[in-house]
Design a protein around this ligand. Structure first.
Ligand code: DX5
Ligand code: ZN
Length: 216
């Protein structure tokens, strides 16, 4: 299986993004948590910041928009040439239209669901997306504990994409570490976001160890 490791720069040193992005050059993508202090109770990066990150690194950017009104804002992020843009199902008004707009702008389209949101919320629209993000913590902060009770939802999503022959990537985000990645992989995840687990140690070594554990 192909395991993609996307370190979350929420756990990087905010005064040294260029250095920390260089440290994750072996990653499949850098996960960028955009928070607006409304959809989640935390505030992080805005558009000028993402634009600048896109300029300074060859690592593809995997944007996770934890914001209200993604219908309005997400296309603007896609315009920047980022690799993928994932918005939340709970926040979007017209997710299918929005997915099309993201793809038209050259980004992979992703949809995310919070722990409390059932898979049924996105089941029918899944073919319009390149990625489904199943949150394994409540969105808003890094360093939280992995919610193993999300595994049945993940396994169901994996079965769904297989039965429909979809190429949709299954991403998990929150509490992914060497202790939890095998369980997520066993339940069908193929794309893993890890913040604290990567930046706590030597990022290159952590990425390699996580990738090995996910494919074991
Ligand atoms: C949480 C963010 C995550 C976070 C993960 O709202 O979406 O991407 O950075 O951090 P860790 O890996 O530390 O749980
Ligand atoms: Zn995230």
């Amino acid at each position: 299986m192909n395991a993609r490791i996307n370190p979350s720069i929420l756990a990087a040193d905010f005064a040294n993004f260029e250095r920390d992005l260089n440290r994750i050059s072996t990653a499949d993508a850098a996960h960028v948590d955009v928070m607006d202090n409304h959809f989640v109770p935390n505030l992080t990066f805005g558009q000028p910041m993402v634009e600048r990150l896109q300029e300074i690194t060859p690592v593809p950017l995997d944007l996770h928009l934890m914001i209200e009104d993604p219908d309005h804002w997400a296309p603007q992020f896609a315009e920047m040439g980022v690799f993928s843009v994932t918005f939340h199902a709970e926040a979007a008004t017209s997710p299918v239209t929005l997915a099309r707009k993201l793809r038209e702008r050259g980004a992979r389209a992703g949809i995310a669901i919070n722990p409390a949101t059932p898979l049924s919320a996105v089941e029918e629209i899944l073919p319009h997306f390149d990625q489904l993000l199943i949150m394994t913590v409540e969105p808003g902060f890094g360093g939280q504990s992995f919610m193993a009770d999300m595994m049945p939802k993940l396994a169901k999503a994996d079965a769904l994409r297989r039965s429909h022959g979809l190429e949709t990537w299954l991403q998990v985000d929150g509490g992914i570490s060497l202790d939890t990645i095998e369980l997520a992989a066993a339940n069908g995840a193929d794309t893993f976001v890890a913040g604290s687990a990567v930046f706590r140690g030597d990022p290159g070594e952590q990425i390699a160890a996580l990738r090995a554990a996910a494919t074991a």
